[in-house]
Design a protein around this ligand. Structure first.
Ligand SMILES: [Zn+2]
Length: 129
């Protein structure tokens, strides 16, 4: 299954009754494993979290220490959805400068960024990343 297909499936499991904005993410690790996530909203709005966060948690729980090779973020609406600032930092924690982040929408519009384009001069306590 492609990352897009995985992200579509994940997106269908989003819990977004407040915004009705469903997001799915699929990521591939350097060693070829794939993990997915969807956004999870909450009646107490700030307690919700983004699809990237779900996918990263799945990855770290199943494959501790895994590094991200590429990520696909599938949103809705006219433009392509890029990760929010917090998710850029979260992705950076498990990525390299050349990790690819493919941002796309339901129509198939796509923009692909390197991690160091999305988060230049990233905060990183371990510069070996
Ligand atoms: Zn986010």
């Amino acid at each position: 299954m492609s990352l897009r297909q995985l992200a579509e499936s994940a997106r269908s499991k989003a819990h977004a009754p407040y915004s009705n904005f469903h997001v799915g993410v699929a990521l591939e690790t350097v060693d070829g494993q794939t993990f997915v996530g969807a956004n999870m909203e909450n009646a107490s709005y700030p307690e919700g979290w983004c699809a990237e966060t779900t996918a990263i948690a799945h990855m770290q729980m199943a494959a501790p220490g895994a590094r991200i090779k590429r990520v696909l973020v599938l949103g809705q609406g006219e433009g392509v959805l890029t990760p929010c600032g917090g998710c850029r930092q979260r992705l950076s924690e498990f990525s390299s400068a050349d990790t690819l982040v493919e941002c796309t929408n339901l129509k198939g519009d796509t923009r692909t960024f390197r991690m160091d384009e999305l988060l230049p001069a990233a905060f990183d306590l371990d510069p070996s990343h």
